[in-house]
Design a binder for this molecule. Sequence first.
Ligand code: COA
Length: 195
Amino acid sequence: MKHLLNRLVDFLLLPIKFVASPRIRRIIREDWCIRREGRAGYHTRLAKEVAASCGKDLYVGYESQFMGEVHFGNNCNFNGMRVIGGGKVTFGDNFHSGEECMIVTQNHNYNNGEAIPYDSTFEYKEVVIEENVWFGNRVIVVGNITIGEGAIIAAGAVVTKDVPKCAIVGGNPAKVIKFRDIEHYEKLKAEGKFH
Ligand SMILES: CC(C)(COP(=O)(O)OP(=O)(O)OC[C@H]1O[C@@H](n2cnc3c(N)ncnc32)[C@H](O)[C@@H]1OP(=O)(O)O)[C@@H](O)C(=O)NCCC(=O)NCCS
């Protein structure tokens, strides 16, 4: 009888336990903020809060995560970006990216550390993305990388080396596929025509 009673009390307490759990409270709070500010408004505000510096007109349309020291230029646009690690990332003006992109700015110490597969120390990386760069969906960037202005990173590319100005790169590891029409690019840039 006592056992049954305990089970009944547990059952009746279930909704309270559910709402009291930190994870559920976070989901409810997030949902409330999104309803109040709109999805882009909410994600953009979060990104501004964690940024080391932020230019004008930042837009973060979907859930994104920005760890480490992140600098946003003017008119940066994200649709699902994760910057993971304690390194530094600079997004130049007029950056645009697709869904499920990732920039990794730290590595575990696997080579001369005190444990296998790695110890508890990190090696930090810096990623510099110059102005007017476009990332397609599912781009991954790892290592100390500079992506030149006007470059396009194809969907699914894994960028492990520097990318020249106006290059279109793709594949794993990413290689130059071709270049933008640089003359046309310079003309639009001089006229200040940015999306
Ligand atoms: C990079 C991209 C812009 C190139 O488009 P495009 O100029 O029309 O290129 P093409 O289709 O003519 O392909 C040119 C070459 O690049 C290769 N290529 C195209 N996309 C590629 C990719 N994602 N990865 C690897 N190689 C790719 C093609 O196979 C082709 O190779 P080939 O010359 O040996 O035949 C486009 O393929 C892309 O990835 N766009 C991103 C789309 C996206 O993610 N949008 C949503 C987010 S905003």
